[in-house]
Design a protein around this ligand. Sequence first.
Ligand code: GDP
Ligand code: MG
Length: 323
Amino acid sequence: MSNQLFDSIVLGDRLALAKAITLVESENPNHQNEADELVSLALKLNKSSLRIGITGAPGVGKSTFINTLGTWLIKEKHKKVCVLAIDPSSQKNHGSILGDKTRMETLSMLETAYIRPSPAKGTLGGVARKTRESILLCEAAGYDTIIVETLGVGQSEYLADSLVDCLLLLLLPNAGDDLQAIKRGIMELADLIILTKADITEPARLNQAISDVANALQFIPNKFEGHKPSVCKSSINPNETVPAIWADIENFIVFQQSNGNFNSKRIVQKTEWIKEAVKEKLTTDFFNDPNIKKAIDVSLSEWLTGKNSLNALVDAIISKRKI
Ligand SMILES: Nc1nc2c(ncn2[C@@H]2O[C@H](COP(=O)(O)OP(=O)(O)O)[C@@H](O)[C@H]2O)c(=O)[nH]1
Ligand SMILES: [Mg+2]
């Protein structure tokens, strides 16, 4: 069954790809074996691709930028572009996913584009694993440029960086946005910084914002030795801004390949993947163990009545596990 589905994916059958990603995302244990087989087959193919992460605060223009970049890449560079949108807020409401689809209208109508909003259910580690698996399946289907959109909240920038080769941070051209990014330590994760909405920003203000960000970068430790992120601008008109951005992305990738960082980052990511899978299995098995369930119930009353400290209870609970 998996082999047949996999063959269809490789042949470019989008329905087969959608079905496979649904299996990978499924919480149903009956789907796990099949998903596992599909991912192993995709891993073996070892297709080369470029994985780009896009992060930034809600409303900064991520989906609009992806629409512009993706469409340009397909039309000018003959790429096959896949967009995976991870939205941690989608657990509560589905509004933003709907919004993303409409913002990427031009791109979604192209035959060589594939857009998939992923429900960001579960732990960050769980989401990372599912997205990694979806990326591999998309690569097996022949998509050579994978764009991962994440909402810039909580820890999601770290999540995005752990999935891609190049992370783009989108900021609004005003001081508030870059100060926030500095405060939250996000600026140092970026491989490239893009100031959005250049078409509706006064040129003097835009230039000031570009030099403010470039200045701020001087005081931020380099993510990769010998590399400072470039600061670019984007607007709704792709021909004005996208060629320069793409040239910067390509230069960065050549730099990373020439110093070995490209491969070593992917190896670190694969190692993280194994660790996340182990953690997930241990956690699930642990909390499903009836002894543990009982021990947690007992601990609650002991803790509330002050009989035991939390640390002592944790040790007592762990000591009750089967293995
Ligand atoms: N004029 C202009 N508007 C933009 C640009 N980028 C985004 N917007 C608008 O800003 C709003 C939020 O954009 P969206 O792409 O959904 O942001 P996201 O939440 O970061 O994905 C939408 O109303 C867009 O039309 C741009 O470059 N120029
Ligand atoms: Mg969006």
